[in-house]
Design a protein around this ligand. Structure first.
Ligand SMILES: [Mg+2]
Length: 211
């Protein structure tokens, strides 16, 4: 299972600018700088915003505006280098699912627009508000796996994956620092997409590196 923003797509600049703009438009206090998004991502997006006094209906409106901005910006949003290649390799031996708080249709559209292959499905914002719920549902649908990896870039991802009983792997190229991801409970940190492949599918790494 993969998170999308900050793991597959390099979206922080657009995402955080749209977040600040949505909060300004809705008159929400305390979110005036792009970095103000980072502490929000230390937990589930709804729970974090609720803890800062924002009711769920307004959070849903922020997400709706974010999704509009990310859809409009989809041609400028680039994948992190080598991530599409490892997703495609991985799909030969694993079922690859994106579990994200972004809307599934936005993610699917971006994947096809950038010719990113190998993702078998997207569990997006429309399926549930909590990643815990989505991860648990996937574990039930794919019983008997040795490890249920969840690849994420925020401490919120790591905590939700742990709570759901999955094994979180942090990536070093995302929104939160590797040390914070480890402190939140990440099992491993991947310093590069190639290293991520060796963690998720060690049997493929040999071929990938041409050894
Ligand atoms: Mg992320």
């Amino acid at each position: 299972m993969f998170d999308y923003d900050g793991v597959i797509v390099d979206s922080f600049d657009v995402f955080s600018a749209a977040f600040v703009e949505a909060c300004r438009a809705l008159g929400l206090q305390g979110f005036t700088r792009q970095e103000d998004l980072l502490p929000v991502m230390e937990g589930n997006f709804y729970a974090s915003m609720r803890a800062r006094g924002v009711p769920d209906e307004q959070v849903a409106e922020v997400l709706r505006r974010l999704s509009g901005a990310l859809t409009r910006a989809r041609h400028w949003l680039k994948p992190f280098p080598l991530v599409p290649q490892i997703l495609e390799e991985l799909a030969d031996v694993r079922t690859v699912v994106i579990v994200t708080s972004s809307p599934g249709a936005v993610v699917q559209d971006w994947l096809s627009g950038h010719d990113v292959r190998g993702v078998s499905e997207v569990a997006g914002a429309e399926t549930a508000r909590s990643k815990v719920e989505k991860i648990r549902a996937l574990q039930e649908r794919f019983p008997g796996q040795a490890v249920y990896w969840y690849v994420g870039d925020t401490t919120g991802d790591v905590r939700e994956a742990r709570e759901a009983g999955a094994t979180p792997v942090g990536v070093s190229w995302g929104w939160h620092e590797p040390r914070a991801l480890l402190e939140a409970g990440a099992e491993r940190i991947a310093a590069s997409p190639a290293e991520l492949l060796t963690i998720l599918a060690p049997e493929l790494a040999h071929d990938f590196f041409g050894g």
